[in-house]
Design a protein around this ligand. Sequence first.
Ligand code: C2E
Ligand code: CA
Ligand code: CA
Length: 667
Amino acid sequence: MAETQNSHPDNIEINYARGKRRILIIDDNHAIHDDFRKILNHDSADEEVLAAEQALFGESTSREQTVVEYDLDSAYQGEEGLGKVTKALEDGASYALAFVDMRMPPGWDGLETIARIFEADQDIQVVICTAYSDYSWNQIVDRLGTSDRLLILKKPFDCAEVRQLAAALTEKWRLGRKAAVKMHQLESAIQERMEELSNSNEKLRLEIAQREEAEDKLRHHALHDALTELPNRVLLMDRLGRCCERSRREPDYHYAVLYMDIDNFKLVNDSLGHPYGDKLLVEVAKRLNACIRAMDTNSRPTANTTARLGGDEFVILLDTIREVKDAVRVAQRIHLTLKEPFFIDGHEVVSSGSIGIAVGHESNYTCSDDILRDADTALYEAKRDSKGNFKVFDSHMRSRLIKRHEIERDLHKALERNELDVAYQPIVSLINGRLKGFEALLRWHHPDSRNVPPDLFVPIAEETGQILQIGEWVLRQACGQMSQWHKQYEQHRNLSISVNISPRQIQHPDFIAMLDEVLAETELDSGKLNLELTEGVLMNQDKSTMALFGHCEARKINLHMDDFGTGYSSLSYLHNLPVGTIKLDRSFVQNLDLSGEYTATVQAMVVLANNRGISIIAEGIETSNQLVQLQALDCEYGQGFYFAKPMSPELAGDLLAQDFVGYKCAS
Ligand code: C2E
Ligand code: CA
Ligand code: CA
C-alpha cells in the first residue's frame, strides 16, 4: 500500500492531539445533514451521549472526561466527499469518521465513494447508511472487501445508535492514531538506537584498527634499527636464540654469525660529516641485504638475518649452513659488494668491511651471547691483520683475547710498579766493527716473572693510548742514559741513541714540547738522538708529522726509517723526506742466507740509498755469513745478535768502561 500523506506519523501526531473529532457526512439529502447535526450536537443531547458513552466505556466515565465534541462537515455528493477527505489530509486535519449514504444520484453511489475514500485515507472509519432494499452485506463485502473500518447503519436511524457509532468509531480512530504514533516513536527510538549502536561499532572498529596499527609500529620500532630499518640487536638475539636451541635438538644443524664493521668508518664521519656517514650506513645495509638474499639457496622463505647492532657494526645470521665454507663464501661475497664504490651526495666513497665469523653447531654454544662474542673476537683479529679481511673464529683467538685483556689491565700499573726497563742494543759499523750507538728497546718484567715481549704489548699500549706515557718514559730514560755515558766516557761522546716512537705519540699535540723538555732535562746533545719511525708514519705527511720534521731539522735530531722494506718498499719517495738513515728490516737480512734474489734486492736498496746520501743499518744480523754478504753489498751499519743482544744499561755501561774498541768484523 502506498503511503499517503495522512498516514505519515508526523501528521498523525498533530491530528489526533486536536480536541474535536472531525466527522464528514456525505448525503445528497440536505435534511439528513441537519438530522446528524442535531443528533451529534452535545447541547441538545448531552445526557444521551453521556449515557451512550458510559454504556460503551464503562460506569466510571465521568461527564467531564467523556464529553466528546465533534466537528461536523458536509458533502452532498461522493466526489465532493472524496475532495474534502483529501483536502483534510493535506491540511493535517483528517476526518475520523464519515457517514456515507448509499444512494446519491446523480453521482457515485455509497460503495464507489467509500472505495475511493478508503483508497485516499487509510485510517478513516466509515458508516454506510442504507435502506433494506439496498445492497446485501455480501454484496458490500464483495465490493469493498472485509474491513474493520466499515459499519452499516440501517435506515431509518436510531439516534442513540448514531451517537454510539460516532463515539465508538471516532474513539477507535483516535486510539489507532495514538498507537501508530507510539509505534512510530518506538520505531524511531529503535532506529536511533540502532544507528547509535552501529556508529559506536564503527568507532570501535576504527579505534581497534588504529590501536593495532600503533602496536604494530611500536613492535617494529622495538625490533628494528631506525636508520637502516634492519632488525636490531633485540630481534637478532631472538633469532639467534632459536638457532642455538635448534642446534641442541638437531645434531647435523649448523648456523653462522658474521660480525662486520666498516673499515675507517670514523674517517668518513669525521671528514664528510655524520649525515653523510648515516647515508653510507643505509647504503651498506641495502647491499648486505641484497647479498644475503642472493646467497640464500634455501627453498623456504629466508630465515637469514642482516641486523645492525649500532654504529658501523652489522651482523649477518645465516640460519642454516652445511659447512664453514658456506659462511666464508658469504663473507667473500660481502667483500665483493662493498668494493663497488658508493655514490652519495655527489661524493664517491670506497669502502670495505672486516668480518669475523663464528659457526654454531650441536654442542659449542649454549647461549647466543657466546657465539656473538666469538664472532666479535674473530672480527678483532681480522682487523688486526689488515682491513677488508675476514677470520673464522678458533679457540686460540679466545685465549689471545683474554691475554690481551690481562696485558691491558696489568700495563696500567707497570710504570708505577717499576716493572718497565730499557735494554740497549749496539749498532755497529760493518766496516770496522766500531760502536755507532744503541737502540733503546723497552722491556717489561711482568710480576708473574714472565717477560712480555714488546711486539705483544706495544701495539696494545698504542691502541689504548698508554704508549703516550710509556713512550715519554722510554725517551727520558734513553736520553738520560746516553747523556750520562757521554759525560762519563770522553771517548764515547759520538755515540748516538735510537728511540722508537709510535705513530700515536707523534699525533699528540704536546709531543714536540715534550721532546724539547726531555732534551733539556737530560742535557743530551740533540744531534745524538735518533727517532725511529715506521714508513707509514713518515709517509703520512699531515700537520703533526710536518711540524715534527721541521723541529727535528732545527734541532739536528735524526730521523731513522724503521723496518724498511716491510711497507711501501720504495726508495723513490725518500728524497722528499728528511730521513738520514733507513733500517733494513730483519726479514731481508735473514733471507740473504737463503736466496740470491734477496741479495739483488738488498743490493739495489743499498745503491739507491748511498746515491741519495742515506745510510743503512741492517737489522737482525745473526750469522757471519749475513755479515759478509752485507759488507760485500757496501752496507754501512748493522745491528743483531751476531754482535750483541739488547742488554741492560749496567752491561752496556760495563762494555763502555772496558775501553771497548769494537766488534770483530773482519772477513
Ligand atoms: P724494532 O724497532 O724493529 O726493534 C728491533 C727488534 O729486533 C727488537 O725486538 C730486537 O730485540 C730484535 N732483534 C735485534 N737483533 C736481532 C737478531 O739478530 N735476531 C732477531 N731475531 N731479533 C733481533 P724487541 O726488543 O722485541 O722489540 C720488538 C719491537 O717492539 C720493536 O721492533 C719495536 O717496534 C717495538 N718496540 C720496542 N721498544 C719500543 C719502544 O720503546 N717504543 C715503541 N714505540 N716501540 C718499541
Ligand atoms: Ca726500531
Ligand atoms: Ca726495526
